[in-house]
Design a protein around this ligand. Structure first.
Ligand code: 2P0
Length: 313
């Protein structure tokens, strides 16, 4: 069975776990699943195997395989399955990336593996299973805009939000291909330990989420952009309080250019995740102006992606 799941970018970030094992977040997050970056994962049951056989982007790397096997073991133990599988996973990310995503990878793996095991799970159950592997993967089960709710093991899953806004775009600015200085899992842990700042983050992100929903419903790009930018900056301030930083000189230069663009009346806002690349939040009418302004960078203009799904062949 081959499944495809798309990368999602959070407009309201998930940052920090109240339960490490169940991967339960302290706050809800809201994301946009995009069309241009995705993972295709093929899972085939092979009764002759005595352990799983895994290839990711054409290679078999023990460290990368470990997390995949862990997730397969979790699915097997939950549904009492004994079979081993062959997994072939390919990230469709343009050459220079730095954008390989655990979200699309684990959402695709969850869908392909459960189908290969003949489990026909609901999207809710797929989102929960994906969450166990990587928090943000819970959101990649859904295309378009989705909210991953806070709650307990049963209720903390992603759900789609009914916003039809085809003009909404995210432009990925390729800044840097270097490896991140710290995994998001580790950086989150350190951020949570900074109790005073962390509590403030949780409180503010709830306010940001409510405001974001109103702005999205109104298709108000200025408010959506401003809220997302503020939320991302708050997360990065929190991260930087631990001594870790994901922003490089190049990221800061690009951010300056986005501010410059705004003074020229262009509707361009940014968000950033656990890496140096910048994602520009905008609408259709502004795309050409932005791409032209950033002509020395590689850019990927993204529209809404679909729900994770099974692909033939
Ligand atoms: C997000 N990020 O909401 C946030 C913003 C990065 C910055 O979710 O530890 O790979 O596997 O649950 O999902 C990246 O973290 O972390 C992430 P784990 P994950 O998109």
């Amino acid at each position: 069975m081959k499944a495809r799941a798309y990368v999602n970018f959070a407009l309201i970030k998930y940052w920090g776990k109240k339960d490490e094992k169940l991967r339960l977040p302290f706050q809800a997050s809201l994301s946009f699943t995009i069309d241009k970056l995705f993972t295709d994962t093929k899972v085939t049951v092979n009764k002759k195997l005595i352990k799983d056989k895994i290839t990711i982007n054409g290679i078999s790397d023990e460290r990368l395989n470990k997390r995949v096997i862990q997730h397969l073991n979790l699915i097997r133990s939950k549904y009492n399955i004994k079979d081993y599988v062959e997994v072939t996973s390919v990230n469709n990310v343009p050459t220079s990336a730095g954008l390989a995503s655990s979200a699309s990878s684990f959402a695709a793996l969850t869908l392909a593996a459960t189908k290969a095991f003949n489990l026909n799970l609901s999207k809710e159950e797929l989102s929960r299973l994906s969450r166990y592997a990587s928090g943000s993967a819970s959101r990649s089960i859904f295309g378009n805009f989705a909210i991953w709710d806070v709650g307990d093991d049963k209720t903390s899953i992603a759900r789609p939000i009914d916003i039809n806004w085809p003009e909404f775009k995210i432009i990925v600015l390729m800044i840097d291909k270097s490896k991140k200085p710290a995994s998001s899992t580790d950086a989150m842990k350190e951020s949570v330990e900074n109790k005073l700042l962390y509590d403030e983050w949780v409180k503010q992100s709830k306010i940001d989420l409510d405001k974001m929903l109103i702005a999205l419903n109104n298709k108000d790009i200025k408010s959506v952009g401003e809220i997302a930018e503020k939320n991302a900056n708050h997360m990065h301030d929190l991260i930087e309080s631990t001594g870790i930083t994901y922003k490089t000189k190049e990221s800061l230069k690009a951010i300056d250019k986005i501010h410059e663009l705004r003074t020229k009346g262009v509707l361009a806002y940014y968000t950033m995740d656990a890496g140096p690349n910048i994602k520009i939040i905008t609408i259709d009418s502004e795309v050409n102006k932005i791409v032209d302004y950033f002509n020395e960078y590689e850019t990927i203009v993204c529209s809404k992606g679909k729900d994770a799904h099974i692909v033939l062949n």
